[in-house]
Design a protein around this ligand. Structure first.
Ligand code: HEC
Ligand code: HEC
Ligand code: HEC
Ligand code: HEC
Length: 122
């Protein structure tokens, strides 16, 4: 009997954790995100977020993890936390930015933006 209770407790715990993990994973954020670049003449980057979720894993961009949705804005660390490169580098570094590295690899294969004005639109 004692063993059965323990087993039920374990099963309950595992199921509970899985449920929490699912609930967290379900916050996929907005389908389209508009990011305003103030230093670039207030241009607006229309980022098709949901479309990108079909192209790669969350972690490619949200490299600090997806367990806390409140800490997933790039701008909550980049440009704030001194340990993080500035926001411009996070989005544009030729070798490290997930955006630029993937778009470069896509050159000639898709409409992935290559030039400044492909993203920074008035
Ligand atoms: C793949 C899309 C993309 C391309 C291509 C791109 N940018 Fe950006 N840029 C962004 C995003 C996204 C931000 C972040 C906007 C924000 O959240 O403040 C940004 C921010 C910036 C910022 C600093 C933030 C601000 O408020 O202005 C500068 C400066 C900038 N870009 C310049 C450039 C220049 C110059 C080029 C071309 C060499 C370029 N960008 C190409 C997407 C892009
Ligand atoms: C190609 C890059 C990329 C991928 C892949 C991606 N995201 Fe995002 N996500 C972003 C960017 C960029 C933002 C806007 C960041 C900002 O506002 O500074 C964002 C914003 C979010 C936000 C809103 C954060 C807030 O506080 O406003 C959530 C939630 C989120 N993403 C969840 C996810 C999940 C879950 C996945 C995987 C299923 C995912 N994202 C995949 C780039 C990506
Ligand atoms: C919770 C804080 C935090 C968030 C959110 C965050 N970053 Fe970072 N990022 C950092 C820190 C700190 C570093 C410095 C290296 C490290 O600790 O990983 C970094 C490094 C980077 C680098 C350089 C990678 C390298 O190899 O040096 C890029 C590019 C980058 N981040 C892009 C992004 C993008 C794009 C987003 C949003 C989709 C984002 N980051 C969200 C904290 C964050
Ligand atoms: C895994 C590859 C990959 C990554 C990572 C990626 N992109 Fe893209 N992106 C693409 C592809 C492919 C397209 C072109 C889709 C099409 O052909 O319509 C695209 C298109 C776009 C567009 C143009 C949308 C339009 O219809 O005009 C913007 C803006 C954009 N990406 C911004 C970003 C930003 C900002 C990041 C980093 C936070 C990023 N992308 C990361 C692959 C990627």
């Amino acid at each position: 009997m004692k063993k059965l209770v323990t087993l039920l407790l374990v099963v309950g715990f595992v199921a509970g954790s899985a449920f929490v993990a699912m609930a967290v994973a379900q916050d996929k954020g907005p389908a389209v995100i508009k990011l305003e670049a103030k230093k670039m003449g207030k241009t607006v980057i229309t980022f098709p977020h949901a479309d990108h979720q079909t192209r790669t894993d969350c972690i490619t961009c949200h490299h600090k993890g997806t367990d806390d949705p409140a800490k997933m804005k790039c701008s909550s660390c980049h440009g704030v936390d001194k340990a993080a490169p500035n926001l411009k580098k996070a989005y544009h570094d030729k070798k490290k930015s997930p955006c630029v590295t993937c778009h470069k690899a896509e050159k000639g294969k898709s409409k992935a933006p290559q030039k400044c004005k492909d993203c920074h639109k008035k």
